[in-house]
Design a binder for this molecule. Sequence first.
Ligand code: SF4
Length: 329
Amino acid sequence: MKILPVFLPQRGCKNRCIFCSQGAVTGFEEPPSFDELDELVRSYSKTTDTFEIAFYGGSFTALDESEQIRYLRWARRYVQLGVCDGIRLSTRPDEIDESRARFLKECGVKFVELGVQSFDNEVLRLNNRGYTREDVLKACEILSRFEIDFGVHLMVGLMGDEAAKDILSAWQTTKVGAKTCRIHPTLVLKGSTLETIYRRGEYVPLNLHTAIDICSDMTAILESQHVRVIRLGLYVPTELLKNIVAGSYHPRFGELVRTRLVEKLYNFLNASSVVHTERESSWVSKLNVGKSKGERLGFVVNGRFVVWQDALERYAEEISKEVVLCSKR
Ligand code: SF4
């Protein structure tokens, strides 16, 4: 499903997370007017038949209810006219409760993207997220109960974060009923509090290799449990790349993670070759392993075909054992 993003930069946010600088990565400091939004829909609908309107960049359910209604009415008109297929929005976990969930349902919101970032309370505190793991679990439970599909957004390399915490966050995401997940490494953005901390030498971002490594394991866990990873790495328009002060940014981060995951599964299974379809060609093109095209993604192991999903499940179980062992040490 294609998404038409409408950025409402930091609207509704009651505190500022240390890594956040919405203007630096979206180019929007103010929300667009309704005239501008109409124009956006007009031009976007010429490029695609099916899309959803998504309110991103802030905490939508924390806006004044009258403002939420104005945006949702505007978007709903396009759904009713058959111009777009649905409405989604992003918000913070502590801005979801029963009355808000009911309201979203009544307004026809199809999907909520929860900016969780981590399930670790210490990481949440150090990054000034302003809620706890318990708030996240509660929000997920409410959305599930109201039958509103939701996705979880996770970050790696936050202040106080470590690989084992990221792996546990991925597992938690599979347990709370999320349908999708987005993961991106923390970037030090111009104008963020993290920039000041970084310049004082009190924060060291993950290097690209480590970020790819952690994200590939998280992807294995999530997709082994049928949570679709729909985005890896933050999208930053070329003209705004100058606003990234430090951090593991790569324009094809997702592809690098997928390639690393194929390589890991190949080694883990001791496979003799990778079988892939056209769709995964870019994942395997840089790998120096046996490969051939077939009808399904998988591996040849001892002359037998192991389908991708089975390989993922076996690998995810293995890395989870390691994390449990480490956390007991
Ligand atoms: S809740 Fe999201 S938009 Fe608001 S300050 Fe934090 S990261 Fe930025």
